[in-house]
Design a protein around this ligand. Structure first.
Ligand code: NAP
Length: 466
């Protein structure tokens, strides 16, 4: 493998043209992918000032002249590049917007749009098949155009576009009409439109909820969502939007927009390189980039303190709700094995019965007055067998932290509470079992001092008093 960090005359260049481009996670995502595959390629952000006369055309033509393999295009140039391309793929024609330019082997330029297939690929990666579904799309801007087109291509049964300005939604429908096939599409005004629709899938294509307006949501607070419904929020910064929290609180399934960003990038990567994209590598790089940016902008410094308390039977409903995050995680990792969470998975009645047992220990973690994670354990000693002594241990059955609050010390705070409890009871061992596929959990428990033995993880507690 060549040294991929050394840029030479042989290095193949791709990049991102837009204004501004400094916020983009695409360079991190693509460069990690090139490194993972040992490709001597680099992806560079290329700010193209819209105020400079002729800049967009010069940038597009210059790409061919400089032997680049292609670019991504972002706002405000997604339409402006169209006149400078030799060929426009069907998706980009329908959206009247290009997000990927490919320099073909003969030097001609093809404009494509990977947003719509990226969205559909991410839905399918989450085990959601849009064919035959009834979908409510909130918003009618550039991203809504891609989503509606993608849903029609994937043969959704019915799509309702609800936008603050219904004229903009009508324009979108008129533009997309030739591409809708058998999908029935209608338009409504937000927020009242949302009240009249019972959709299988709700997709937020508005910018409501996006940093720095994290306390906004397109979904009216008094309007219920149901278990079995899926809410997909295109907003990916923050990862956990208010809309996704609303969805979970009502038992609906919540999916954030980072996956779409990764898949649209993965599809561009494949167009340029002709190789399958290392999607997981790209995901990790994008997540890391967003985490670093949040830290740099002080978002982590503003993190509120984590408060951990012992749960009571009155907390049964909230624990039941928090459990769905754990099950959704497993269902996403192994959709053919784990079911999606439903109201019956860990119902409040079952949680209440467990909480009333003297051997049950449940800790709840709260931040800013909201419960965001829990740990459920029991203190029943393991029986003596012909091979082993009886063992006083705190057996951890579940530990779950809401997606938007992971990697912020909540899991550690819950484990610390369990350790303190064990110490106070003279219990010297914490133990748990973890699914072998769940490498992230194994790494987390190892970081807390657990060691793996016989497919279980064990932690010796220092200073137990009895
Ligand atoms: N995950 C991904 O890969 C991905 C890809 C593209 C976009 N996105 C995200 O999707 C969001 C929308 O992007 P876009 O390109 O479609 O933006 P856009 O073209 O500017 O459209 C913005 C949409 O939000 C609506 N909106 C804005 N403020 C509103 C308010 N206060 N109340 C009600 N509606 C409001 C607008 O309604 P009006 O028409 O009435 O103004 C419009 O429908 C952004 O957060 C973007 O980051 C994510």
């Amino acid at each position: 493998m060549s040294n991929v960090h050394t840029i030479s005359a042989k290095t193949t260049l791709v990049g991102l043209i837009g204004w501004p481009v400094s916020h983009s996670v695409s360079p991190a995502m693509h460069n990690a992918a090139f490194d993972a595959l040992g490709l001597d390629w680099r992806y560079v952000p290329l700010p193209v000032d819209p105020a400079l006369p002729g800049a967009v055309g010069d940038a597009v033509r210059g790409m061919r002249a400089m032997g680049m393999r292609g670019v991504n295009v972002t706002v405000p140039h997604k339409q402006a590049v169209l006149p400078f391309l030799d060929r426009i793929a069907a998706a980009a024609q329908a959206m009247r917007a290009v997000n990927t330019v490919v320099v073909e082997a003969d030097g001609s330029l093809t404009g494509d749009n990977t947003d719509a297939p990226g969205f559909i690929a991410d839905l399918r990666a989450h085990g959601v098949e849009p064919a035959g579904q009834s979908v409510l799309v909130l918003g009618a801007g550039g991203s809504a155009r891609a989503i509606v087109y993608g849903l029609a291509q994937a043969q959704a049964r019915h799509v309702t576009i609800a936008n603050r300005s219904s004229e903009r939604a009508s324009r979108l429908l008129d533009d997309l009409r030739p591409f809708l096939g058998a999908t029935v599409v209608e338009v409504m005004a937000l927020p009242d439109g949302a009240r009249t629709i019972e959709a299988d899938l709700i997709v937020n294509c508005t910018s409501l909820g996006m940093t720095p307006h994290q306390d906004t949501t397109p979904w009216p607070h008094d309007l219920p969502l149901h278990p079995g419904q899926i809410v997909y929020d295109l907003v990916y910064n923050p990862a956990e939007t208010l809309l996704l929290r609303q969805a979970r609180q009502h038992g609906a399934r919540a999916i954030g927009g980072l996956g779409m960003l990764i898949w649209q990038g993965a599809l561009a990567f494949e167009r340029w390189t002709g190789q399958p994209a290392p999607v997981e590598v790209m995901r990790l790089a994008a997540e890391e980039c967003l985490r670093r940016r949040a830290a740099d902008s002080g978002q982590q410094c503003r993190q509120q303190p984590i408060n951990v308390r012992r749960a009571t039977p009155d907390d049964a409903a909230v624990i039941s709700r928090l459990h769905s995050a754990l099950q959704a995680y497993h269902a996403e990792a192994h959709p053919s094995f784990f079911k999606q969470p439903s109201a019956h998975t860990f119902p409040p009645t079952m949680v209440r019965d467990l909480l009333e047992k003297p051997s049950t220990v449940v800790f709840l973690a709260e931040m800013g007055g909201t419960e965001i994670g829990y740990l459920y354990a029991d203190t029943m000693p393991a029986q003596e067998t012909t091979m082993t002594y009886s063992l006083e241990r705190l057996w951890i059955h579940h530990i779950s932290v809401e997606p938007g609050f992971q990697r912020q010390g909540v899991g550690r705070a819950l484990i610390d509470a369990a350790k303190s409890y064990a110490r106070s009871q003279g219990i010297k061992t914490l133990a748990l079992s973890v699914w072998a596929f769940n490498q992230a959990a194994i790494r987390f428990f190892e970081a807390q001092g657990f060691v793996m033995y016989n497919h279980r993880m064990w932690l010796q507690v220092d200073g137990a008093t009895a």
